[in-house]
Design a protein. Structure first.
Length: 140
């Protein structure tokens, strides 16, 4: 058994908070059941999420995410084997980023503009993972 980590970005079909709330309810329940941990950042209809767990569980979870019609423009930024979980204890940490959050992370601004496919394709995987880690640490 090996631990695996996957980071992706996507765009919700609408920026309605009720939709995001519904997505999160299902996500947390499914992640607990499948022993998936991670962090999700949400801003202006865009998602950056890291999933970690056993490879088979992460890939099955991601396959379900890809089929979810509530979001589109899904782009995998990182897939790698890991030795330990960085988000241990989080079935899914979540943070809706405020304007102040985004202003504080100007270097990561492209991460919040996934509507532009070319921007999404240029994002470095380490940039997304660093951002996710910074919010996970700040919320603990």
């Amino acid at each position: 058994m090996s631990l695996f980590q996957l980071v992706y970005v996507s765009t919700m079909v609408t920026d309605d908070p009720r939709l995001m709330s519904a997505v999160l309810d299902v996500t947390v329940k499914n992640n607990k059941r499948n022993n998936i941990t991670g962090m999700l950042l949400y801003a202006d209809g865009n998602i950056i999420q890291v999933l970690e767990g056993e490879r088979v569980d992460v890939l099955a979870t991601f396959k379900a995410i890809e089929k979810d019609i509530r979001h589109h423009g899904i782009r995998v930024l990182l897939e790698k084997d890991i030795v330990y979980r960085k988000f241990l204890g989080w079935s899914m940490g979540v943070r809706r980023l405020s304007k102040a959050d985004k202003e504080g992370f100007q270097v990561d601004a492209p991460l919040f503009n996934m509507h532009d496919v070319q921007v999404a394709l240029r994002i470095r995987s380490c940039q997304a993972l660093t951002l996710l880690n910074s919010f996970a640490v700040a919320t603990m």
